[in-house]
Design a protein around this ligand. Sequence first.
Ligand SMILES: Nc1ncnc2c1ncn2[C@@H]1O[C@H](COP(=O)(O)OP(=O)(O)OP(=O)(O)O)[C@@H](O)[C@H]1O
Ligand SMILES: [Mg+2]
Length: 161
Amino acid sequence: MRRAVCPGSFDPVTNGHVDVITRAAALYDELVVAVLVNPGKAGLFPVEERMELLREAVTELPNVTVDSFSGLLVDYCRDRDIPVIVKGLRAVSDFEYELQMAQMNRELAGIETLFVPTAPQVGHLSSSLVKQIATFGGDVSRLVPKAVHDRLAEHARRSGR
Ligand SMILES: Nc1ncnc2c1ncn2[C@@H]1O[C@H](COP(=O)(O)OP(=O)(O)OP(=O)(O)O)[C@@H](O)[C@H]1O
Ligand SMILES: [Mg+2]
């Protein structure tokens, strides 16, 4: 059984994430999408809501499950017998940080990292940018799954924009 994990904040999930998850799901028997719980950083959506939105986004991928983790990703991987981390790469700016993390995770626990190059249609997407646009009433309907779009619109309405 080949297993891998796609970690991230997913605050919220974007079409860029969905692209990486979909492609990773085709390469492994089981793929876990793991939301990082970061007590020092609240984010826009609570972790439970991020997971719910992710589950909705991957309903058509039967070998994908959604989970959360705190602490070191390598400990999460070791506890669950997951030998591979899959990461999306957008630009050189992603690469520098991700290379260092990949090297460290391999040194710490022998966990390998597989990089999936971004699809050009979503290479400019990040959760932060999507949130910024939505906050100011911009149209993000083509950048995120429908359920995410609806929640972002709700947030924008509540904050009075
Ligand atoms: N558009 C995209 N194309 C390819 N990979 C992506 C894309 N967006 C995110 N990823 C990858 O998804 C993983 C999780 O990233 P993360 O949760 O930080 O998303 P993000 O969009 O970068 O959010 P933030 O803006 O909050 O950093 C990372 O491996 C990241 O490189
Ligand atoms: Mg990021």
